[in-house]
Design a protein around this ligand. Structure first.
Ligand code: ATP
Ligand code: MG
Length: 246
């Protein structure tokens, strides 16, 4: 592939109290692609994502994001990297006491670029992003008044406010009904098309993997056991791969 490599992980290890979770994992993310990491619950998918943004420290191995070695950079450099990454948390992670609109404005007011804008412009921007995820009518609602799918969409709108170059989607469709899942899948594709973001999608939803993934990686027991397009993986006879297709 000739596209620029914007992230790579080389030989990553992570254990908790002697329990090995990630064992020698290596992967690359290329500009403009959506890389899907498929894996059963508890295989370490969220741990990988936390290591990428250094919410968690790896035991061993190299993680390079936007050309910077994450293990050996300063906190200031790390914050600059974090500012370029959008993270759609598994649980949505909205502030419960704030309205949806406030949830979008809160991080935006702390963003070095956005905080220069007048408040009225920020509100306009937030409303545009809510509109783009089909939540224009929910801006005054509290997170507790939203369904699971709406929370995810609000989380995505909040991430998009900050114009990330790369987005990490952690289980974007898990726990949603098929109809709502499809709406989220469409949004992931729309964001990729409009903003040309590179992304990593963590999921065990094979439908989401098929529809959003340019390339799929299958994680099992802390290692990558298969890699390829959806079509290639589907033809892979290994039992651990086929489990996802049945
Ligand atoms: N902070 C932590 N302390 C101790 N163990 C942890 C910690 N974080 C994760 N683990 C363990 O690491 C393993 C992988 O967890 P992780 O959250 O990455 O799984 P996952 O693949 O994201 O699963 P799911 O699909 O359920 O989200 C689990 O066994 C978990 O208990
Ligand atoms: Mg997880």
């Amino acid at each position: 592939m000739s596209a620029e490599r914007i992230l790579y992980i080389n030989n990553l290890y992570k254990s908790f109290d002697g329990k090995k979770v990630i064992e020698g994992l290596s992967l690359s993310l290329f500009s403009g692609e959506n890389l899907v990491i498929l894996g059963k619950s508890g295989t370490g998918k969220s741990v990988i994502m936390k290591c990428i943004v250094r919410l968690m420290e790896a035991d061993k191995g190299e993680i390079n994001v936007f050309g910077t070695d994450v293990a050996n950079c300063t906190e200031k450099e790390m914050n600059r990297i974090r500012a370029r990454i959008g993270y759609l948390f598994q649980e949505g992670a909205m502030y419960d006491s704030m309205t949806v609109l406030e949830n979008l404005l809160f991080p935006a007011r702390r963003n070095p670029r956005l905080r220069k804008l007048p408040e009225s412009e920020l509100i306009k921007l937030a409303e545009q992003h809510l509109e783009s995820v089909d939540l224009a009518d929910a801006s005054g609602k509290l997170p507790s008044e939203l369904s699971g799918g709406m929370k995810k969409r609000a989380g995505l709108a909040r991430t998009l406010m900050l114009s990330p170059e790369m987005i990490i989607y952690d289980e974007p469709t898990t726990g949603l009904d098929p109809h709502t899942s499809e709406a989220i899948i469409k949004l992931i594709l729309k964001v990729k098309k409009i903003y040309n973001t590179s992304s990593i999608t963590i999921t065990h939803d094979i439908n989401c993997a098929e529809k959003t993934g340019d390339r799929l990686i299958l994680l099992h027991d802390g290692k990558i056991i298969a890699e390829g397009t959806y079509g290639e993986l589907k033809k892979n006879p290994a039992e651990q791969v086929q489990l996802f297709f049945n």
